[in-house]
Design a protein. Structure first.
Length: 268
């Protein structure tokens, strides 16, 4: 059976209090409440720092009563934006994930590359090196530049066991369209919202992700999710339109849609 995991990109946002978390919920209780509704979360603070392993030990403890709850983890910016890492960086980063891995709670490591990461031979070689250096882990790559949609890229990703991250984002020139691509036995989808007006120009970063999905927009993805689940053993779906809890609300709406289509069976 294909396992479908649906959640949000991050869970600890103060502006979710009263919009998703009940008023009065303390931040230390966010994950416990969150895990009663979702079976996965995509951790994004790892992009900014290498946390101590104890951080993930604590997260495992808070979700110990939820069967099969998993954490996907965003790769640190040294691997995706700075791209000047060494092998010791790989070990230090993956060592922080050991509590998740040892407890069977580690989903995929997501490498989200910036729009400026363009398709070329040098960057193809870099992508291959990521596959080699993170061998033994479930990893996926997200591209922001449409020129990566090439058969030779997908073949390289298959050969190096790198999953492809499908995206929902504004229909702007240069960005990727909706897709149902699988290059490994892991399917991956991220919903960023469709706020075209604030994607490239905004006063605050959160404005890019200030978007609430409509039911009909999410329903567009039903055929794609079916195709992805048929080609993979497990599928991770995360909502990143995080402003004021819109990610959680959208994810719950999508859960209802997939349940009505008999695609998703609750694993909580």
């Amino acid at each position: 059976m294909n396992l479908i995991y649906i959640g949000t990109s991050g869970f600890s946002y103060e502006d979710w209090k009263g919009n998703f978390y009940p008023p009065g919920t303390e931040s230390k209780d966010y994950l416990c409440y969150y895990s009663t509704l979702f079976n996965t979360v995509e951790i994004n603070f790892t992009y900014y720092c290498f946390p101590g392993a104890s951080t993930f030990s604590g997260m495992c403890e808070k979700t110990k009563d939820v069967k099969d709850f998993v954490f996907s983890v965003k790769a640190n910016k040294i691997f995706t934006h700075q791209r000047n890492y060494n092998i010791s960086d790989v070990k230090n980063f993956t060592d922080t994930l050991l509590p998740l891995k040892d407890n069977g709670r580690l989903g995929s490591i997501l490498f989200q590359f910036p729009y400026s990461f363009r398709y070329c031979n040098e960057n193809m070689e870099y992508l291959a090196s990521i596959g080699e250096n993170f061998s033994g882990f479930d990893i996926c790559a997200e591209f922001r530049n449409i020129y990566w949609l090439k058969e030779k890229v997908l073949k390289l990703m298959h050969d190096y066991n790198i999953g492809f991250c499908n995206v929902d984002e504004p229909p702007l020139a240069g960005l990727l369209p909706q897709s149902d691509i699988c290059t490994t036995d892991t399917g991956y989808i991220r919903f960023h919202g469709r706020n075209s007006a604030c994607w490239w120009q905004n006063e605050s970063a959160y404005q890019r992700y200030d978007y609430m999905y409509k039911k009909e927009e999410l329903s567009e993805w039903v055929p794609g999710v079916k195709n992805i689940t048929e080609k993979s053993n497990k599928t991770y779906i995360y909502f990143n339109n995080h402003y004021k809890g819109k990610a959680a609300k959208s994810a719950l709406m999508f859960l209802d849609i997939l349940k009505s289509e008999n695609i998703y069976t609750s694993q909580i």
